[in-house]
Design a protein around this ligand. Sequence first.
Ligand code: AMP
Ligand code: ZN
Length: 470
Amino acid sequence: MDIFLYNTLSRTKERLVPLVPGQIGIYTCGPTVYNYAHIGNLRTFLFEDLLVRMLRLCGLNTTWVMNITDVGHLTSDEDQGDDKMAIAAQREGKDPWAIAEFYTQAFLSDIDQLNIARPGFLPRATDHIQEMIAINRTLEEKGYTYTTPEALYFDTSKFSDYGKLARLRLDELKVAARDDVNVDRGKRGPADFVLWFSNKPNHIMKWESPWGVGYPGWHIECSAMSMKYLGETFDIHCGGNDHINIHHTNEIAQSECCTGHTFANIWMHTAFLTLGRDKMSKSSGGFLTVKVLTDSGYDPLAYRYLCLQAHYRSELELKWIWDDESAKTGHAANLDTAAATLKRLYERVARADDEPLSIQVAFDAAVVDVFGALADDLNVPRAVGLLHSYDSPRLWRHFDAVLGLKLEERAVKTEEVAVDVPEDIQALVDERQAARKAKDFARSDVIRTQLAELGWELADTPQGAKVTRK
Ligand code: AMP
Ligand code: ZN
């Protein structure tokens, strides 16, 4: 079956044509390890995991590379401010290497908890400094750079295709605020960006280079690591949609000017996870991590299920409410619903394998149908909707290779689940659970009474609320 993916470059869905038949190379921008990943970052990584799983289920031999940014990412993506690693080192009284190691391990633990497969390659930026210097040298030899006492810059005016990903026009870009003391006065064009920060003797993470002792710009890291592991041209490059205008635009410029040919064929971008009206950002503090979810009593896979319900190009709002001022725990109605649905799914999947599909379609035809949704720009919400309508444990298990909900492992094999609880009754039970979680005990009591009136008795057991007929 053909796979169609939305390419930000062309703003259309394109048929995926692997560069090498049967194989896919995919690069995804990884975490900057100066803090815990927030669950918005993880939404993007989770989408990338779904994409890789879908490609693999389709039989494509997929090489997945995700970098670890452990140097050079400044507080502003436009080369201003301080290195995020240095700020974290100061905040925690450690050296940046220890910060990087600690948050890399935390990141790996987070992705494991969300059942995100480990990428085949997880290269660290600091292990690839020589590769970055080599690209910078080529760019310099080809005349794409200039230097100031502060840095080696990429001269965007030399690359006529500079705006092709973001649909930017260089002549429309505002000149950076020249009176800002942080702006390098030697920088020529507003979009020009740093390939190497020179003259940084006080920076702890620093290396010798032809442009002085210093450290690499952030964008060059991704060009160096992607091309090292996937070749000069590869199939798919992903990231959050905040990276279109600067980071990915700059990756394309420096890579294509260095090699003289296309960098990545398809560019895919995730929309943000939002908390109410606030976009979630790691640098603004008060962000939601996997640990906050688990401390609040949530199964991380409930968050995974919630993410499956929104298309990756649509924003997803988590209706999160912090429990108190200390902001250590909280709850969200849509996450409660996701948790309840997932729990029911574990019970459903435990039932007989040989159950016929609820609507009369053969297994193979149903597989084609669900796969059709996945192959249509990874329409996971539609695939999940179809799976619910087929209501077949076997089909769910088959597609769990993509969904990653651990359906097999967690299938609940209890007698009680064999008792059929009508959907409307179960919905009330779930709503009561959510009310209890939100400490809305008045609402919870009202629901209990309502259930009693409908002839159902409710008991709270260590395995959760159970209803039986009176
Ligand atoms: P960072 O660790 O800041 O480099 O970000 C890692 C990834 O998370 C990047 O691909 C970002 O585009 C993405 N990202 C950042 N914030 C969000 C958000 N709120 N929702 C979804 N993805 C995000
Ligand atoms: Zn990147």
